[in-house]
Design a protein around this ligand. Structure first.
Ligand code: ACO
Length: 448
């Protein structure tokens, strides 16, 4: 199979959201902390009728319907999620309901879990399958689904929720350049979920930022090395048209891109002009550790990178700024933002992707666009996703109601024997919702 990659995509995020400005005021944070400090505009969250299973059911059925895919044509389905509802039964098995109905139970794949990285693991599994000897000619389907919620405190504004479905196959308009991909994986306690009775993570915010940037540096260096070895020329930021990052909050994305500029400076790459060189020169002798702590370097490199950020990163930031951290779906929601904003000019472009999952696992990889053919064309993907329409038709909750919902969800997490309100008034038609968890913890869903 040639040009294996993403043929089609759809995204779902809850229509319930809260403005960061309102949350800021409610939390007693200084004005601008969440909006400018973290760079976030709005945050989506699941109400008591939604969860990672209902969101993924919605995303998968919508993708199959809108691209006219017969469920029998799916041969592998991989789910990435870090929102564990059951320690044994995979989310994938819930999604099998859609396929069993059509007589297709011959579908490989289960769930992948490691913080925000599971979606990338799922994607690689599907791409590798299509490229392998065990491929049977059918499509792969990747699902990323997460509800990111934090306990009250500084991390709470960095929540979010979404599910993304991606169809994988050959001759894709979004093709993998698999040879260059580079990973960095190690043992860290930056963000983890050791308390199985709670949905909330234990998080060392500062450490997680540093781990993220260290992993980014390491992946970028390795990616550049592999590129040089195979292509016989240096790789730098100018060789890619767009950079898409896992986006816990936008400020970290700004810092990440600036970090790549600093890397290019240290490598003496052509993307850095004389003016930029002068600005970064004072930092050329910092040790790695010092460079992560230096506020002056952060400022100088962000300044140097700003024009390139506006061109190569800004078009990827819409959904993450509006919806928040979607964990496994975050990187792919940023990617969906790029297709939404730029679908008509992407053909021939290269995009760099950086996936990070705490604990920690990270990979940098690149994709190559072509226009594609209906229904698998970039313009059709943009119109099916309807990002603008979905963002516009949301319902803003006041902070008090958001906090109330979080309390109810804490109470319901891991609980049995309850029915939900079944209130679907805010959900668009076609959305799945949770109706009941019975006394044996079995979960039941309906479709609006
Ligand atoms: N106006 C403008 N900016 C402000 C204001 C204000 N009034 N107040 C603060 N800021 C800025 C700060 O200067 C800082 O920006 P900087 O980093 O450029 O200096 C930013 O806002 C955040 O302020 P801090 O005081 O550093 O924030 P705090 O410690 O309260 O929490 C954090 C931030 C650590 C990101 C927290 O939200 C968190 O723990 N989130 C979850 C962890 C996370 O997302 N990690 C990322 C990788 S792992 C993952 O994906 C889960």
């Amino acid at each position: 199979a040639k040009n294996v990659g993403i043929l089609a995509m759809d995204i779902y995020f809850p229509p319930t959201c809260i403005q960061q400005e309102a949350l800021e005021a409610h939390d007693g944070a200084s004005k601008g902390k969440y909006t400018i400090g973290l760079g976030q505009d709005c945050m989506a969250f699941c109400s008591e009728v939604e969860d990672v299973i209902s969101m993924s059911l919605t995303a998968v059925t919508s993708l199959l319907e809108k691209y006219g895919i017969d469920p029998k044509q799916i041969g592998r389905m991989e789910v990435g999620s870090e929102t564990v509802i059951d320690k044994s039964k995979s989310i994938k098995t819930f999604l099998m309901q859609i396929f069993e109905e059509c007589g297709n139970t011959d579908i490989e794949g289960v769930d992948s879990t490691n913080a925000c990285y599971g979606g990338t693991a799922a994607l690689f599994n599907c791409v590798n399958w299509v490229e392998s000897n065990s491929w049977d000619g059918r499509y792969g389907l990747v699902v990323c689904t997460d509800s990111a919620v934090y306990a009250e405190g500084p991390a709470r504004p960095t929540g979010g929720a979404a599910a993304i479905a991606m169809l994988i196959g050959p001759d894709a308009p979004i093709a993998f350049e698999s040879k260059f991909r580079a990973s960095h994986m190690s043992h860290a306690y930056d963000f983890y979920k050791p308390n199985l009775a709670s949905e909330y993570p234990v998080v060392d915010g500062k450490l997680s930022q540093t781990c993220y940037l260290m992993a980014l540096d390491s992946c970028y260096k390795r990616f550049c090395n592999k590129f040089e070895k195979l292509e016989g020329k240096q790789f730098c930021m100018s060789d890619a048209d767009y950079f898409v990052f896992h986006s816990p909050y936008n400020k970290l994305v700004q810092k990440s891109f600036a970090r790549l500029a600093f890397n290019d400076f240290l490598r003496n790459a052509s993307s850095i002009d004389e003016v930029a060189k002068e600005k970064l020169a004072p930092f050329s002798t910092l040790t790695g550790d010092e460079s992560y702590q230096s506020r002056d370097l952060e400022k100088a490199s962000q300044q140097v990178a700003k024009p390139l950020y506006d061109a190569k990163v800004q078009p990827t930031t819409l959904i993450p700024k509006q919806v928040g951290n979607m964990y496994t779906a975050s990187l792919y929601a940023a990617f969906a933002s790029l297709i939404h904003n730029k679908h008509s000019t992407l053909a021939g472009n290269r995009v760099m992707m950086f996936s990070y999952g705490s604990g920690l696992t990270a990979t940098m990889f690149s994709l190559h666009f072509s226009a594609g053919q209906h229904p698998f064309s970039l313009s059709n993907i943009a119109s099916v996703m309807n990002v603008g329409g979905k963002l516009k038709s949301r319902h803003e909750f006041p902070p008090e109601k958001f906090v109330e919902t979080m309390k109810l969800m804490e109470h319901r997490y891991g609980a049995a024997d309850f029915v939900t309100s079944k209130d679907t008034s805010l959900l668009p038609p076609g959305t799945y919702y949770l109706t009941e968890v019975d006394s044996k913890y079995r979960r039941f869903y309906s479709k609006k």
